[in-house]
Design a protein around this ligand. Structure first.
Ligand code: NAG
Ligand code: NAG
Length: 391
């Protein structure tokens, strides 16, 4: 019975392959906000955790490194991150899946199943400058203050060697487990909007400039940007009517309603379709006026890739919006769908703190019945002037 559960569990984790991330720019180079969803086929418990600077970390090494001193580093920046509190995955708390630091750097780990391939061991000097792939976000957020620092470190050889660490998945306390290497790739974005994608595949380590500002899952990042060519017709404005002439007759076709510029935009939840849909939303909703407006826009964009439970294999467990200028992390869970936030400037500078990411639906809904007043139909309101956000 446990064996069957284990197979189901591993299948569930294995089949989880959906996540969407994107960047919303604040007009006038005044900051960037990152939005992101995380999908699983199960409702995993997650925490939002703040980690002060100053913590000393040790790189995970492979058996061949015996006798060599592993990498040790001290956290330079304070971070806010998300990690699961599940008992079913060994060291789940150490697998930071998303986060941001006090210097305005953001890193997200997204599923990359079937394409991710990491070295299985550290060799030679890598033993003293190596981390496991599950330490990636922790390392980047605690060490680097900008995307360019990460880019430079990756190209000048100071970035640690990375190996793929197997984690036990299953009923750890009774020893019924399977080993699993979480297949992930990473998006690194800073407050200036500078963004790269980091992938480890059969071709080795790949670093891409994230020019479109969108990131999903399979296949590799460059495939998605090429695929965008097939959607060159997508535009903000609706199409003008077109007249079709034949044998002395004319027939005019026109848009059924607004939004015809988005005709052909894929509506499904596969990674390529989420990439295209999100790219269109980000590109054509324009630049936000300020960070708060960008966060609000990000939540609306998230709604277009939010997967309802059981509609397909995976569903959206949580979503975060990270304001990289103000060090604010907004989040919502699958049941607690109201938006909460933590202000990284105000979390403890001496100890790690956490709040549960999810909660009960009934706890997140505001009952306003007691605020209702007798209705006066004569009270009218002005329309706020809201020019369309510029592209
Ligand atoms: C490599 O880049 C990192 C990040 O910018 C920097 O801190 C480090 O000094 C550089 N090292 C060398 C040897 O250039
Ligand atoms: C947090 O601190 C940063 C840097 O000092 C500042 O730019 C930002 O506005 C602060 N955030 C909030 C919410 O006050």
């Amino acid at each position: 019975m446990f064996k069957l559960l284990l197979i189901t569990l591993v299948a569930i984790i294995h089949n989880s392959s959906a996540c969407t991330e994107f960047i919303v720019e604040v007009k006038g180079n005044k900051g960037n906000v990152v939005g992101r969803t995380m999908e699983f086929a199960q409702n995993f418990p997650f925490n939002v955790i703040s980690q002060p600077s100053g913590e000393v970390y040790t790189g995970d090494v492979t058996p061949g490194c015996k006798g060599k001193t592993p990498l040790s580093w001290t956290g330079k920046y304070k971070s806010a991150y998300l990690a699961s509190a599940t008992r079913l995955i060994e060291d789940a708390d150490k697998l930071w899946l998303d986060g941001q630091n006090s210097a305005g750097l953001s890193v997200g780990a997204l599923y990359f199943d079937g394409y991710a391939q990491y070295p299985s061991e550290l060799v030679g000097d890598e033993c003293t400058n190596g981390i496991s792939h599950i330490q990636m976000i922790k390392y980047i957020l605690s060490v680097y203050g900008s995307t360019n620092e990460v880019r430079e470190a990756l190209s000048n050889g100071t970035f640690p060697a990375v190996w793929g660490r197997e984690l036990k998945v299953g009923f750890i306390r009774i020893g019924l487990t399977q080993n699993y290497i979480f297949p992930i790739h990473w998006s690194i974005v800073d407050n200036s909007g500078d963004a790269i994608v980091l992938e480890y595949t059969k071709d080795g380590r790949q670093v891409y400039e994230n020019q479109v500002g969108v990131f999903t899952n399979n296949p590799t990042y460059d495939w998605h940007t090429t695929n965008l060519n097939s959607y060159i017709n997508i535009q903000r404005d609706s199409f003008e009517p077109k007249t079709w002439k034949r044998a002395g007759t004319e027939y005019t076709i026109k848009s059924f309603g607004h939004g015809s510029g988005f005709l052909g935009l894929p509506g499904d939840f596969t990674p390529p379709s989420r990439f295209i849909r999100t790219a269109a939303m980000v590109r054509f909703s324009g630049n936000a006026k300020n960070a708060q407006d960008a966060a609000l826009k990000a939540w609306h964009i998230i709604n277009s890739v939010d997967i309802p439970k059981h509609a397909v294999d995976d569903f959206t467990n949580w979503a975060v919006v990270k304001d990289l200028k103000n060090n604010v992390m907004y989040f919502r869970g699958v049941n607690y769908i109201s938006i909460r936030q933590i202000d990284l400037n105000k979390t403890s500078n001496t100890e790690a703190e956490y709040v549960k990411l999810n909660g009960k639906f009934e706890d997140c809904v505001q009952d306003v019945t007691s605020q209702m007043k007798s209705y006066d139909a004569n009270i009218k309101e002005e329309l706020p002037a809201e020019p369309r956000d510029e592209l």
